[in-house]
Design a protein around this ligand. Structure first.
Ligand code: 5AD
Ligand code: FES
Length: 330
């Protein structure tokens, strides 16, 4: 697709509109007028990493740190199951407290209680052995955004003790083990260029992930990037459409970050070709503390409120949320 760069840069409104319409048509032809829902459980706000963009980075002195207990996590799943969720996403910072023994115990118990559900993990970089043990315990999917496919760009977003090569190694390992794998990146992160975005798209084309998570960069207070401009909603929508067209079957969420920057961001994401939303199932008392970026939405709501709100919002644009695992369709 030689015109990829043109699609990334054009200011031609009619071209952008037709891109979006085509992407939605393709998504409808694969997944219908349906949106998959994932129940997001934010299990830990501790993180050993110091990514320059993230409000939960290790140096963030003002961050409130919490960890959910096994019981709290299982309670979230129980609530979620009753609300119709058939995928649970356990997400957290890179927190040594959630070592293999603890995570295997949790995953095995969720697997035992909910044999009909998909278990997704989003816990950052771990060892090959750890990924293997969690898979054997019953996890099915793993989200690990690559953040950028350009090594130099990666090094500008992360401290020297993080490695682009290891990130890529983790993604390859996850796929080899048999997970459905999600990569992704922020739109409008500092130092991002058309060239780096082009590499992201090439990477998606060659890696063929099952899922791609993208959302606008939103500055987080007290971080090195606190005064950088936020990503653009329009560019995020445009990239969602391009990714849908490059990879018709991909599972593509309309993210919370998109909903944070625009009151109709998630709806617009779906209409631009996304087919997944991830309402929050975390205990309400901890939500505001999972503060990756500023002004995050849904931090005061109960799980049931987010579930209803999502259903209502999708209906309003002609889409139904579905009670099913919502696996990748190959
Ligand atoms: N703005 C938007 N997204 C962010 N992430 C981290 N910090 C920010 C931010 N300031 C994204 C990263 C990470 C995911 C969990 O959240 O892409 O992989
Ligand atoms: Fe959480 Fe709307 S999805 S309140």
């Amino acid at each position: 697709m030689p015109q990829l760069k043109e699609l990334l840069t054009t200011a031609d409104e009619s071209l952008i509109k037709s891109l979006s319409a085509q992407a939605r048509e393709v998504a409808d032809s694969v997944y219908g007028k349906k949106v998959f829902i994932r129940g997001l459980i934010e299990i830990s706000s501790h993180c050993k990493n110091d990514c320059l963009y993230c409000g939960l980075r290790r140096s963030q002195k003002s961050a409130v740190r919490y960890r959910l207990t096994d019981e709290q996590i299982l309670d979230c799943c129980e609530k979620g199951y009753r609300l119709g969720f058939r995928t649970f996403v356990m997400q957290g910072g890179e927190d040594a407290w959630f070592d293999d023994e603890r995570m295997v115990r949790i995953v095995s118990e969720v697997r035992r209680r909910y044999p009909d559900c998909a278990i997704t993990l989003s816990l950052g970089e771990r060892s090959d052995e750890s990924y293997r043990r969690l898979f054997d315990a019953g996890a099915n999917r793993y989200l690990l955004r690559h953040e950028t496919a350009d090594k130099e760009h990666y090094e500008k977003l992360h401290p020297a003790d993080m490695s682009f090569d290891n990130r890529m190694h983790c993604l390859e390992t996850l796929k080899r083990i048999g997970y459905q794998v999600g990569c992704g990146f922020m739109v409008g992160s500092p130092f991002q260029t058309v060239e780096t975005l082009y590499k992201d798209l090439q990477f998606i084309r060659s890696f063929q992930p099952h899922m791609v998570g993208i959302g606008p960069f939103i500055p987080a207070h007290d971080t090195p990037f606190a005064n950088q401009p936020q990503g653009s909603v329009g560019t995020t929508l445009r990239l969602l459409s391009i990714i849908r067209l490059l990879h018709p079957h991909v599972l593509l969420p309309a993210t919370t970050a998109l909903g944070t920057l625009h009151p109709m961001g998630r709806e617009r994401g779906i209409l631009a070709g996304a087919n997944v939303v991830m309402p929050n199932l975390s205990p309400t008392e901890h939500r505001k503390d999972y503060a990756i970026y500023d002004n995050k939405i849904c931090t005061g709501d109960e799980a049931a409120e987010c579930r209803n709100c999502t259903e209502y919002r999708m209906r309003a644009i002609g889409y139904e949320t579905v009670v099913s695992r919502g696996d990748y369709k190959s």
